[in-house]
Design a protein around this ligand. Sequence first.
Ligand SMILES: [Zn+2]
Length: 355
Amino acid sequence: MSVILSSTSKNAPLLIYNGLSYTVDRRSDKKILWKCEHARKFKCRARLHTDLNNIFIQTVGDHENHTGDPRSGPIRQYYDRLRRESQQNQTILHNILTQTNIGVQDEVRVQLTSNHHLKRNIRRWRQETNAAPTPFNINFPVVPDNYHQTTRDTIFLRKDTGPASDRILIFFTDEQRNIMENATTHGFKQNYETDIIFADNIHKILALAFLEPNQVISGFESLCSNLGDEYQSILDYMEDNYIGRLRGRSRRAATFPIIFWNMAARVKNNMHRTNNNIEAWHRKLNCAFQCTHPTLWTFINKLIKEENNIHSDFVQRHMTGNSEEENKSETSNQRTVLLDIPPRLQWEKRSRLLW
Ligand SMILES: [Zn+2]
């Protein structure tokens, strides 16, 4: 009979053999010596030896004061799986159970406690991992310390305005701030801030979002014929990404179709509006979650990990000087922009994150 490797509630290795469980007693150069998990409770002196890869060698001594249960191994495994599932997926408890119950043998099933109790376990595990209970509204007291830093232990959470309906959390790194500052001194930002007419014309371009969808193209064409050469690169960019470039008499499909960014209907219905231009990045972030209902802590955790990806890209680009693969929607300056919390966090509707 082979051994089953599991873990104790405190995440220490646990070995199951013949329905009896063992924890690590000592390690030598060639062997691991395991002792009965009831060594203290029942004064049990039974031992088990494995090699360093947990391959069974022999048992030493008997469990004189207690008996094993051949079903305890599979039950431990069930709990292991349940625990893993509940920490990796922030979906509702019912779904966690459904997923874990696939392929479970009937003789294990009858040994399990009721669904009600299993769900209670899941809630407890989640609270332990998150340190702070998952917030169900925006008035949670603070963001726990372990979500304040990047994976490199630099500051990431810069501002939390505290519990209120218009709460704002701001996340950014020094690196991202530098990119942002460089981008604004070399680009159109300066023109925009110092030249009123220029700024006014830029507003006209942005106002396309508030025209009825079927009037956007004629609005854009009228801007093209009325604005001077200095707006050409901006209009080109708009045309490629948001309008669709002319091809004969028709237009190519834009990267972001008009219907996707048009705000006319939203204004009429008084719905949430956003001026961010990071749709591609936003979509990518959504993919990164891989679960449909992240808790706020999961969400911040993913932000922290995503920041690490961006940092790697940034370092790589600077080391190799490789800008070939850059494209406009993916450059790091464009990632350093205002980002709405995904609408899935329903209560977060009016909150924003600076990324
Ligand atoms: Zn024992």
